[in-house]
Design a protein around this ligand. Structure first.
Ligand SMILES: *[C@@H]1O[C@H](CO)[C@@H](O)[C@H](O)[C@H]1NC(C)=O
Ligand SMILES: *[C@@H]1O[C@H](CO)[C@@H](O)[C@H](O)[C@H]1NC(C)=O
Ligand SMILES: *[C@@H]1O[C@H](CO)[C@@H](O)[C@H](O)[C@H]1NC(C)=O
Length: 165
């Protein structure tokens, strides 16, 4: 039970990360394509600022979790939207300060947040799987499909540029 739950959670996180990496690869390929005509000046990632911005996201998440009864902190159904806002926030902030997302700094912060809120979620409390089963399946499938769509898009684009060339 416990291993199932953590496997599902890991799949979910891995799916998101893979998807983010795909997007990153795609935009890298993009800039490679247009490089000869328009070299875009890209500012360097300001890590100290990112650390601070991500803390702000974490504070908002902590405040949101504070509105949720701690007895539900192990029930994903109750905080999925807060959690989504939090990851989205780190993503936007990373973009603002010209850093890639995900990156080690953001990941270690997210792990700290997990330790803070979900360390007590043991097999007898955790409800990752029960009712949100469908939700989780969808959450896992979305990044998987997005990834497949990205691959298809890349293949399609390269085929098209072959034809055009
Ligand atoms: C990074 O951000 C901090 C805080 O906004 C600023 O003080 C610092 O000058 C920035 N560093 C660089 C290299 O831009
Ligand atoms: C988790 O939350 C949902 C929504 O409130 C609820 O239906 C479900 O019974 C909860 N699961 C447990 C085990 O508390
Ligand atoms: C986890 O359990 C410990 C001991 O019961 C408690 O002190 C702590 O506040 C709990 N943490 C969370 C996030 O619920």
């Amino acid at each position: 039970m416990d291993t199932n739950e953590s496997t599902v959670l890991k799949l979910f996180v891995v799916g998101i990360l893979v998807n983010a990496w795909m997007m990153r690869g795609l935009s890298a390929a993009d800039s490679l394509d247009i490089e000869p005509t328009a070299p875009r000046p890209k500012k360097a990632c300001n890590e100290s600022r990112l650390r601070w911005e991500v803390e702000v996201c974490g504070e908002v998440f902590k405040r949101d979790m504070g509105h949720i009864d701690p007895q539900y902190w192990c029930n994903l159904t109750h905080f999925i939207s807060e959690y989504h806002h939090f990851t989205r926030c780190t993503e936007l902030k990373a973009d603002v300060v010209s850093c890639y997302w995900p990156n080690p700094l953001v990941e270690s912060y997210i792990i700290r947040i997990h330790k803070h809120f979900f360390s007590n979620c043991s097999a007898d409390h955790v409800v990752w799987v029960d009712p949100p089963d469908d939700t989780l399946t969808i959450l896992i499938l979305i990044p998987v499909f997005l990834t497949l769509a990205m691959i298809a898009l890349v293949v399609w684009c390269s085929k098209r540029s072959d034809i055009l060339a």
